[in-house]
Design a protein around this ligand. Structure first.
Ligand code: ADP
Ligand code: MG
Length: 387
């Protein structure tokens, strides 16, 4: 495959032999269902045409030698029998973490590896999960391990939670593993049941990064989690997934106004996420438009996680697409990206409006990505190449 040629050449440069396996895992964007994952609710991501490529070769000495091409060829060299956190090379901890967790269940030997990717890092498009899943797929293919996509996702999540020290849900790894071209994946974070729903091929997934550095994300994220837990416990339910809007209003006087509004966001967002599945299935983009607008409003007013430049981006795109498509902030909030489903004929107008208006209104320059929904690394027709 042509796109892997440069990767193969780079592998030969670093390791003086051809790779045995090359693979790619995509980043992702969440179309709707924000802050619902840790409330056992629903999310709706699509894998995107930005991903991480990994080439691997066998070695028999239980050594992992990993080269990060995007970090000036920095190399991380460690024994599989003593995998420890490396403060000096943070990128290597994703590799170390997944291989450590993988080795608890599966037997394999050493690996030479090179890594390169084009998912913007730290922008909320999940470059970390795409790196984890690419490494897992490559090593599983190399050693013929019967690793399933769901298993890989759980390993990636554990590596990120326990080894890297980031408390993410399962969504990012699962969609990177199991994405389906032309589709988004409606995932039940409680049962891990999932189903695919098609994105009409006349529509483009457009992602715009506000390029606002996300400050206070961790503390605000933790606060939102605590408020959601508080609401669930005041309502006497295991998680907000189990609460209805009627229950919430009935229990309103038992909670503070912010806690009430946080819960209202989560409960209504779960409903919107399920409704999105039906709207995509029926290709009703007027409903898609309403659901995404409502989701954004709820994140702004009830969950209070949007910031002005992001609201401005949403407004600029909304002025172009109106009810013909949908737009909302995506990701944890306090900066990051917006996602839009745009009729293809309106994409140039959206690009133009954003490039003129966003800077004019905020003084900040955005980055815009024209995306398609892609296959995951563990999907049947993934981009694996055995050399
Ligand atoms: P996000 O997942 O939203 O992009 P994270 O902070 O979770 O942001 O993960 C980004 C980190 O993942 C980077 O700082 C880097 O350590 C690692 N990473 C992502 N892509 C690559 C890559 N191509 N090569 C090496 N490390 C990468
Ligand atoms: Mg990440």
């Amino acid at each position: 495959m042509a796109e892997f040629n440069k990767l193969a050449q780079a592998f030969e440069y670093y390791f003086q032999c051809a790779p045995d396996v090359m693979t790619r895992a995509p980043g992702r964007v969440n179309l709707i269902g924000e802050h619902t994952d840790y409330n056992q609710g629903f999310v709706f991501p699509a894998a995107i045409n930005f991903g991480t490529d990994v080439a691997v070769g066998r070695r028999d000495d239980r050594i992992i030698s990993a080269v990060a091409m995007d970090y000036s060829g920095a190399t991380s060299y460690f024994s599989m029998d003593d995998i420890r956190f490396d403060q000096a090379q943070p990128w290597s901890n994703y590799v170390r973490g997944v291989l450590k967790v993988l080795s608890e269940t599966y037997d394999f030997n050493g690996v030479n590896m090179i890594i390169t990717g084009n998912v913007p890092q730290g922008a909320g498009l999940s470059s970390s999960a795409s790196l984890e899943i690419a490494v897992l797929k490559a090593v599983a293919s190399l050693y013929k391990l019967p690793l399933s996509g769901v298993e890989a996702a759980l390993i990636g999540q554990r590596a990120e939670n326990e080894f890297v020290g980031c408390s993410c849900g399962i969504m990012d790894q699962l969609i990177s593993a199991l994405g389906k071209a032309g589709n988004a994946l409606l995932l039940d974070c409680q049962s891990l049941a999932y189903e695919y729903h098609p994105i009409n091929p006349d529509y483009q997934v457009v992602i715009v990064n506000s390029n606002v550095k996300r400050g206070l994300v961790d503390s605000e994220y933790n606060l939102r989690r605590e408020q959601c837990e508080e609401a669930a416990s005041l309502l006497g339910v295991e998680s907000l997934r189990a609460a209805t809007m009627d229950q919430l209003y009935a229990g309103r006087e038992r909670m503070s106004d912010p806690v009430f509004r946080r819960a209202r966001h989560v409960i209504s967002e779960n409903d919107r996420t399920l409704a999105m599945g039906r709207a995509l299935e029926e290709s009703d983009y007027r409903i898609v438009s309403q659901l995404m607008a409502e989701s954004h409003r709820s994140m702004r007013e009830d969950f209070e996680i949007t910031i002005e430049p992001v609201d401005t981006l949403v407004a600029i795109i909304d002025e172009v697409i109106g009810t013909q498509g949908g737009v909302r902030m995506t990701g944890g909030g306090f900066g990051g990206c917006v996602v839009a489903l745009v009729p293809k004929e309106l994409v140039p107008s959206v690009e133009n409006a954003v490039s003129v208006e966003y800077h004019a209104r905020t003084g900040i320059r955005e980055s815009l990505y024209i995306c398609t929904a892609e296959q995951g690394a563990f999907s049947e027709t993934s981009l694996d190449e055995n050399c």
